[in-house]
Design a protein around this ligand. Structure first.
Ligand code: GTP
Length: 330
């Protein structure tokens, strides 16, 4: 009986969504919900930068594997199975949630999770795509481009679409965004949310079986190549620049730097210490689409001050100069 229980595949949930849409916010809510149910989840986090900053926001008791410095869907996809296997062997979690970088093509990540060698260990239950409402509308109006295409792909793949940041949408915009999602994905549940807060978590109990991903049945049959889906790495243009800051910086100059970022750097995050604040206090900063956020934190273990910038085709030289100036002014 017990050995039967242990042989059961572990439910896996994949979080998808563009950079800064709210995946880590959802992860926090999801972990609290599992905790409330007395279940033990484990997390796999993937970041383009060299450090796992989102991990700082996760409950320290939750087992976590980190896949850093590359995108889970291509360069380090092969490691995903190994990470999942190791987490299961060591922690026997009730569920595993994978937060991939916002630049990841979910189809490629799905390929990693549903590899034939993993049928017995992994049961993919849901692909939850978090959509940044205002960003969706902005990109659908102006956007063609590869980023727009990636966003569409993430939406198409979702089995549950969370339309996030609804606090920033007018009622008619909310309707427009929902219509757009329905047009791109005819089968997923669409739930409008603020800070990824959900009242109804029943989808967590949904029976496994095959889940429908885009127009493709993606389950034990494992055959998504057959629909002619192009395996293009549509995020190849997204780049990350990581800067370790070996001294505290001036908070005003730092905020100015964030405000002055060009449009093609749309995401930044990191841990900073401020020279003009009380000594020893450190902040996790978030910058997404022109808005910044600072949370005071006490990092787990040895974490250096660091700033990661993510965007498309931006000038690294320009950023190098700005960071050098910031450090010289501090
Ligand atoms: N106004 C508003 N801000 C939100 C909402 N949800 C999340 N945010 C903010 O958006 C920023 C990005 O949220 P995250 O949860 O870190 O996004 P992410 O998708 O994990 O980002 P990456 O890991 O870079 O891909 C943070 O500053 C959040 O506080 C929302 O519903 N409304």
């Amino acid at each position: 009986m017990i050995s039967n229980e242990q042989a059961k595949p572990t439910p896996v949930y994949l979080l998808s969504g563009f950079l800064g849409s709210g995946k880590t916010t959802l992860l926090g809510n999801l972990l609290s919900e599992w905790k409330r149910r007395g279940l033990k989840p484990a997390v796999i986090m993937n970041e383009l930068g060299e450090v796992n900053l989102d991990g700082e926001l996760v409950d320290r008791e939750v087992p976590m594997a980190e896949m850093l410095g590359g995108c889970i869907c291509c360069s380090i996809r092969g490691d995903l199975g190994v990470e999942i296997g190791a987490l299961i062997a060591e922690h026997r979690p009730d569920a595993i949630v994978i937060e991939s970088t916002g630049a990841a093509n979910p189809m490629e990540t799905l390929d990693g999770v549903t590899d034939a060698s993993m049928y017995k260990t992994v049961d993919l239950r849901a692909v939850i795509t978090v959509v940044d409402g205002p960003e969706l509308l902005a990109r659908s109006r102006s956007g063609k481009g590869r980023t727009f295409k990636l966003m569409k792909e993430q939406i198409r793949c979702g089995t549950l679409l969370l339309l996030n940041k609804c606090d920033k949408l007018e009622p008619e915009q909310l309707v427009e965004a929902q219509q757009l999602l329905r047009e791109w994905n005819g089968h997923a549940d669409i739930v409008p949310v603020v800070r990824c807060e959900l009242d109804d978590w029943r989808w967590l109990e949904a029976e496994s079986g095959d889940i429908e991903v885009g127009s493709i049945r993606h389950g034990r049959e494992h055959g998504h190549e057959e629909d002619g889906h192009e395996h293009e790495h549509s995020h190849g243009h997204v780049m990350a620049a990581t800067y370790y800051l070996d001294e505290p910086v001036n908070s005003v100059a730092f905020e100015e730097l964030l405000r002055g970022l060009p449009d093609n750097i749309y995401r930044a995050k990191g841990i900073v210490s401020f020279s003009d604040m009380s000594a020893g206090s450190r902040y996790l900063f978030q910058y997404a689409y022109r808005e910044s956020d600072f949370i005071r934190i006490e990092p787990q273990g040895e974490v250096l001050d660091v700033a990661v910038f993510i965007g498309e085709h931006f000038s690294k030289e320009w950023l190098d100069e700005r960071i050098a100036l910031l450090l010289s002014e501090s």
